[in-house]
Design a binder for this molecule. Structure first.
Ligand code: DON
Length: 330
């Protein structure tokens, strides 16, 4: 167990958590009925450095469903399975400026716009190799285990709720089948997509997923490689341009950290070579992004100069602070 609670960075996170705990704007999504079980007060912040220090405040053990955050990581697995060119022939990498569930394909090529919107994520799930549905799911779960260092379960009620209400995703899949963008095992692939969205994680797991990407694809604690280093930049690039849906432009402008959100309330944010962030709060804005999570990332970016293009002197020196939070074994 890592003890980083004597660090000024931990004190900063405690204050940040206090600052936004009382922010009660936003709504718990109800378009997947089972998601309404979440509690508005749940709020966790976890930050994991590429040298394996874990800083966390609030509800970092609370499990929730990973939802769209899974899309970035399954995209990485599809790249490993087929390489860049083939994946790109089925899924483009252009931001849409449209909602995550819009039924739109690129007019010229008929490809879904990117792997982060539902259409692109379903086309990406279709690419995951395996002889049977079970094998394909097992490969996805094994991949998440490599990233987080632990076993993950599927939240079956959420999965069934998605499957029962996901007709828009079904419609999109048939549209893509019409254009030969996906294979005809539609229900199997939709199940796989709904299952990947229903994987249970906590804020620490999200931070570990992010930190592993930040660390070039190697889990900073277990030292296991989760993804071929060749594809890490592909995943992080698409997070930067498309990860926050139709808020991606504003996110990059304001926060400047590659990130991916999910309607379960999580946000994964990757500061390459330095750290990974995992936030969890289920109150979402109209675009499906966690409101407290956005605020936390905005503050971290501004106060520590984490924006990709920051040229100024930040308020706090992160290297000094995380350097002081040495790993102690208790
Ligand atoms: O396709 C769906 O509706 C969900 N399983 C994934 C949605 C998601 O997390 C989108 N947004 N934030």
């Amino acid at each position: 167990m890592t003890n980083t609670e004597n660090s000024p960075f931990y004190d900063y996170l405690v204050k940040l958590h206090q600052k936004y705990s009382s922010l009660n704007n936003g709504k718990i999504p109800n378009y997947i009925p089972e998601l309404t079980e979440a509690k508005a007060e749940w709020f966790g912040i976890s930050v994991i450095t590429t040298d394996g220090q874990i800083f966390e405040v609030g509800n970092c053990d609370q499990l929730f469903t990973i939802q769209s955050i899974s899309k970035a990581f399954v995209f990485g697995l599809a790249l490993e399975d087929h390489g860049r060119e083939y994946v790109n022939s089925k899924v483009s990498v252009e931001p849409t400026g449209e909602a995550f569930n819009s039924i739109t394909l690129d007019e010229k090529t008929n490809r879904p716009y990117n792997p982060m919107v539902n259409a692109g994520a379903i086309a990406t799930a279709d690419l995951i190799k395996g002889d049977t549905a079970t094998e394909r799911l097992k490969r996805i779960l094994a991949m998440f285990k490599r990233y987080t260092g632990k076993e993950h379960e599927i939240d079956v009620p959420v999965f069934l709720s998605e499957k029962a209400t996901g007709n828009k995703n079904r419609a999109m899949s048939y549209l893509m089948l019409n254009f030969n963008m996906v294979s005809d095992r539609i229900e199997e692939t939709l199940d796989l997509y709904f299952q990947q969205c229903s994987i249970r994680v906590n804020a620490r797991d999200i931070a570990m997923l992010s930190a592993t990407l930040a660390n070039g694809g190697v889990n900073p604690i277990t030292q296991e490689r989760a993804i071929d280093e060749h594809y890490v930049q592909d995943v992080i690039s698409v997070m930067l341009t498309c990860g926050m849906y139709d808020a991606s432009g504003e996110w990059t402008y304001r926060v400047g950290i590659p990130a991916k959100s999910g309607v379960g309330g999580g946000i994964s944010a990757v500061v390459p070579k330095i750290l990974g962030i995992g936030t969890f709060s289920p109150l979402l804005d109209a675009k499906g992004n966690s409101i407290r999570g956005i605020k936390v990332c905005e503050d971290l970016s501004r106060d520590f100069g984490l924006h990709l293009f920051n040229m100024g002197k930040p308020k706090h020196n992160l290297q000094e602070w995380i350097g002081e939070g040495k790993i102690e074994n208790d």
